[in-house]
Design a protein around this ligand. Structure first.
Ligand code: NAD
Length: 382
């Protein structure tokens, strides 16, 4: 394939970040948009210079001028939309999480293999330069064999243009029974995926405590996990800080990653947020010196741009996408559900044992309880 003619399915909140990389790529034409919200699709088609708008997925899939699709619909629709696209012979990139259940993710992955089309899950964290640098440094032995991964996520308040422009319809399906879980399912999948991808090691056992927080948040959460290699462990914390102003250009979340090795450590000091005045990657070397990588593109948006370019690369080079395969997306989902199950049952859980989906006991949340929850977080409702 010399050029990629791509159709975009679902023109909601995340579409501008995903589509920007395809629009900027000289080897790619965004040929069609599809969304039942015709006005929204037409508005964005005119802004992006896209010639065709469909309101039904079948019509877009019947278009022989479309080689590949980017699926940006609500997660509970991924299975139906990905299977339809594969059946129509299109190559498919789909946003995370792959699906609402492990069985669905396996079915989608198998269908793509049978049809011989490229299927990948778009994971912006795998294409975020500071995390790519960390993975490269680990593989090069900069800190010796890794022994511990620590991943911190904090959600606070932010007043960014990006956040203020989000359409409320994007929250409805995230906060009700159309999703199997809340924030740990919707956002922390990025961190679960990163924990698997950084080391190319499976996770064999998980222990966790997950608490309910306002809206769809699940915090504080603490989890520990074991990798295949006995000398490597991982731990993760998720906190909710509604009265803490969070420096960001996007969502009100911030991440911090520490990878400790036998010879040194690596810090990745940001991803979605921009909280700390530190280089995005800091390495502590065996001889006690440190290197700060200040020259990396640490704008979280760049992960989306690189991810789109990566999909175009794969199609033009005619190879399966090597970063987020369906198999890795399924393992990521199993890890996500293993954290819920380990907390529900207060026992270690092997992610590979999960075949379907697991929800926290309070799911879906009763949103009427949000003011009371916020009081429990230490202040009057905000
Ligand atoms: N990588 C990230 O950081 C990131 C961030 C946000 C969202 N996401 C993922 O992207 C996906 C979309 O999230 P969002 O926040 O944009 O949601 P959203 O609800 O804002 O947008 C979804 C869009 O899909 C459209 N849609 C619904 N049914 C459709 C159909 N049958 N055919 C075509 N379009 C249809 C809706 O009208 C809407 O415009 C989700 O899977 C989400 O998890 C990823």
């Amino acid at each position: 394939m010399d050029r990629v003619r791509i159709g975009i399915v679902g023109i909601g909140n995340i579409a501008p970040l995903n589509v920007a990389g395809y629009l900027a790529d000289p080897r790619c034409d965004v040929v069609a948009l599809c969304d039942p919200r015709e006005d929204k699709a037409r508005q964005m088609a005119s802004e992006w210079g896209v010639p065709t708008v469909y309101t039904a997925l079948d019509d877009l899939l019947a278009d022989p001028g479309v080689d590949a699709v980017e699926i940006l619909t609500p997660t509970h629709l991924h299975k139906e939309h990905v299977l339809a696209a594969i059946a129509a012979g299109k190559h498919v990139s789909c946003q995370k999480p792959i699906a609402n259940s492990v069985a669905d993710g396996v079915e989608m992955t198998d269908a793509a293999h049978r049809a011989g089309v490229v299927f990948r899950v778009s994971e912006c964290f795998f294409h975020y330069a500071p995390l790519m640098k960390a993975k490269e440094l680990i593989a090069a032995g900069a800190i010796g064999p890794p022994t511990m991964l620590r991943v911190k996520t904090v959600v606070g308040t932010t007043n960014t243009t990006f956040q203020n422009q989000l359409e409320p319809q994007g929250y409805v399906w995230r906060f009700n029974a159309q999703s199997p879980g809340g924030h740990l399912f919707d956002d922390i999948v990025h961190k679960y995926a990163t924990a698997l991808w950084l080391f190319d090691q499976d996770i064999t056992s998980v222990q966790a405590v997950v608490r309910q927080a306002p809206l769809f948040f699940e915090a504080p959460t603490a989890a520990i996990w074991e990798y295949q290699r006995e000398t490597l462990l991982g731990m993760m914390e998720v906190t909710y800080a509604p009265h803490m102003s969070l420096r960001s250009s996007y969502y009100g979340a911030d991440e911090f990653f520490e990878i400790q090795g036998t010879d040194g450590f690596i810090w990745v000091t940001r991803a979605t947020g921009e909280m700390l005045d530190l280089p995005p990657v800091v390495v502590y070397h065996p001889d006690g010196t440190t290197t700060g990588y200040s020259n990396l593109d640490a704008d979280w948006r760049s992960g989306f741009l690189n991810s789109s370019r990566h999909f175009v690369d794969a199609l033009i080079e005619g190879r399966p996408d090597p970063e987020m395969t369906g198999e890795l997306a399924v393992k990521t989902l199993q890890l996500c559900f293993a954290v819920y199950q380990a907390s529900n049952e207060r026992r270690p859980v092997d992610p590979a044992s999960i075949r379907d989906a697991v929800s926290p006991p309070w799911w879906p949340p009763n949103l009427a309880e949000t003011p009371a929850f916020l009081e429990r977080y230490g202040r009057e409702p905000i």
